[in-house]
Design a protein around this ligand. Sequence first.
Ligand SMILES: Nc1ncnc2c1ncn2[C@@H]1O[C@H](COP(=O)(O)OP(=O)(O)O)[C@@H](O)[C@H]1O
Ligand SMILES: [Mg+2]
Length: 225
Amino acid sequence: MGFFITFEGVEGCGKTTQLRLLKERLESCGEKVIATREPGGCPIADQMRAILLDAKNSAITPLAELLLYAAARAQHVNEVIVPALQRGETVLCDRFTDATVAYQGHGRGLDLTVIGELNRLATGALAPSLTVLIDCPVEIGLSRALARIEATSGAREERFELESVRFHERVREGYLALAAAFPERFVIVDGSGDVPRTEKLVTQALSTRIDALKRGGSPASQAGS
Ligand SMILES: Nc1ncnc2c1ncn2[C@@H]1O[C@H](COP(=O)(O)OP(=O)(O)O)[C@@H](O)[C@H]1O
Ligand SMILES: [Mg+2]
């Protein structure tokens, strides 16, 4: 089984940027790497992504939203993540189960036990080998994310960027609580600096952890989420 590394954090913290940089770095070392994202990551789940992130769908109920995330994840894990891990490839995923705990649980207030059950069901209990939590104040992340939306004018993936600052603060606190609960799986990286600084912190944190994982021989596991 290959390594399964997820990137988490509030909007605009730098997940997509850092995931891309890590992919390049690992590939330059000769590793076979797949970069994917949630919600989505394959054509069927991408159709669910379009529903989930479209600002026009603000009337979606919290439960319908949660179930759509689970449905998209079930498809993505089965069609993309597990086959790649079985081929021995490294999988980098932009958001995963922790995002559902942080956004739908801590952000929206849905029952954390139900979310945990749905996550287990959708993933077949597959947990990341490592989760990089890029942490930064929500105002910094949101201002980057909104600048990106304006630059790409008319982006439709903006439903979460439009939530209140308080919502995003609950999400951030939720992520920090997860990292505290699963210290062996999480690394927290400060994302408030510029891109090269964050990249350096990600590289430092991961090189220590990946070496430890390789020594311990426990890549993507079936537990610990
Ligand atoms: N450390 C950083 N400092 C300033 N701007 C950044 C930083 N990291 C990313 N950005 C920019 O901010 C925007 C959001 O970054 P992105 O990586 O897409 O965040 P996320 O995927 O976490 O929402 C992008 O336009 C990106 O180029
Ligand atoms: Mg992103």
